[in-house]
Design a binder for this molecule. Structure first.
Ligand code: HEM
Length: 290
């Protein structure tokens, strides 16, 4: 990390902390979470898409943290919200969430959104943010339609960024990555979700295991705006890169410091600004937590 990105990350983390009022010892966002472990096995054609080691070998150990975004430690899992899934498989970190696109293109815009959402009057501050940032409308519209989930393992998770899949001949194909659950999505009625304990998604995880997710590469059409994380794509073409099997609700001895730019050879970093801003902010947020 350069000293500029170090300082930039520290500034972003400070701004996120002051917008959300997070406790210094907690994650600044996605505070409530639960760990799982298992392994990843690539599909037969994954190695032809990317030369990364994780796509060449069966049974790479996987460490996963599922999380809920809203409400900090005292939030309720049944409140309509997005959820996160951070995965470490070998040299690859995939830090995804349940919306297919994001509502900001940069860390600065993300902070501006958090300030609006946590202001005394979010019902006028958030629409005012969207008026200044029309690119936020797609993600925020989808977020409003979110329904409470019955469990973490029936949700699809999305990378939002396009990553470069680099094959053995050094050809790069840009793709958004995503986890597709084998378990069908089971929405809960809001009153049913609210009647459950506030951490029901986390405490329910052991009962959902084993659980399986396909890792898919979502390929853009020629007219899609590949490197803008706020834009939906017209293409629905996907290639399955492998399967993740989670069989234990087990915390790692040492928490991985998830970093969306911790990528092996064979996976190129996104070209959008959001990814580098996130990476710097996560490192700084971990330093703050100690
Ligand atoms: C510039 C935009 C973003 C900023 C500034 C940001 C900031 C943060 C921060 C500060 C944390 C807490 C880190 C910690 O305390 O350890 C966090 C966690 C997280 N973020 Fe973001 N984030 C951004 C965009 C995104 C996007 C686009 C996604 C999904 C595609 C995402 C998914 C997550 C997840 C899943 C976690 C929890 C990671 C874990 O379980 O350890 N974030 N984010």
């Amino acid at each position: 990390m350069t000293s500029t990105s170090f300082e930039h990350g520290a500034q972003l983390a400070d701004q996120v902390a002051s917008a959300t009022g997070a406790d210094p010892g907690d994650r600044l966002l996605h505070t409530r979470g639960v760990w799982a472990a298992g392994e990843f096995t690539p599909s037969a054609n994954a190695a032809s898409m990317s030369a990364a080691e994780v796509f060449a070998e069966a049974g790479t150990p996987a460490t996963v943290r599922f999380s809920s975004t809203l409400g900090g430690p005292g939030g309720h899992d049944g409140d309509p919200s997005d959820h996160g899934m951070a995965v470490r498989i070998g040299g690859l970190d995939l830090v995804m969430f349940t919306l297919p696109v994001f509502f900001a293109r940069t860390g600065a815009d993300m902070v501006e959104f958090l300030r609006a959402a946590n202001s005394p009057d979010p019902s006028s501050a958030v629409p005012a943010f969207v008026a200044r940032h029309p690119e936020a409308a797609a993600a925020l519209g989808l977020a409003q339609q979110a329904r409470p989930a019955a469990g973490f393992t029936g949700l699809a998770y999305h990378s939002v960024h396009a990553f470069g899949l680099v094959d053995a001949a050094s050809t790069t194909r840009w793709a958004r990555l995503g986890w597709r659950p084998h378990r069908p999505f089971e929405p809960l009625a809001p009153e049913e979700a609210r009647s459950r304990p506030s951490d029901y998604l986390g405490t329910g995880l052991p009962g959902e295991l084993p659980a399986h997710f396909d890792l898919v590469a979502h390929l853009p059409a020629a007219r899609d705006d590949v490197h803008d994380p706020t834009r939906l794509w017209s293409s629905e073409q996907t290639v399955t890169l492998g399967i993740l099997t989670l069989d234990r609700a087990e915390a790692p001895d040492v928490e991985p410091g998830f970093d969306p730019l911790r990528l092996p050879e064979g996976v190129a970093a996104p070209l959008d600004r959001l990814a580098s801003d996130r990476s710097a902010a996560y490192a700084a947020a971990r330093r703050r937590r100690g």
